[in-house]
Design a binder for this molecule. Sequence first.
Ligand code: HEC
Length: 114
Amino acid sequence: MKKILLVSALLAMAGVAQAADHGEQLYETYCMQCHGVQGHGNGVNAAHMSVQPRDHTDTKEMAARTDDELFKVIQQGGKAINKSVLMPMWGGNLSDDDIHALVAHLRQLCCGKD
Ligand code: HEC
């Protein structure tokens, strides 16, 4: 019985790590041109934008956001949380699972959480 619990706990942990890896891949595909490779908000587009993309490694700013808010802004765009429309909405391209994976990746970037 104990063994089964241990195995399922390990599988659950692997699942979380996998979600974050998936998030990293998505981030590199869809987000880094504005938010930068490492999430510092200095992607190639940033120099030309009137509102600067968020530095996702800024622990103070990012810790102020709940996971729900991050989910919402990724799914529905900046406007959904009274931010700039320069943050696009991704709900049409990305599934809920994808967006959860991105939120997990953002938490790793900002707060070192696995
Ligand atoms: C076209 C450029 C662009 C792309 C691509 C982009 N963003 Fe953004 N993003 C922005 C800008 C600009 C802001 C800041 C909006 C503001 O401060 O009003 C922002 C803000 C955010 C915020 C809000 C942070 C906060 O609390 O203020 C999150 C979260 C975010 N982006 C995540 C993502 C993710 C995840 C992706 C990829 C799926 C992505 N962004 C792709 C431009 C972009």
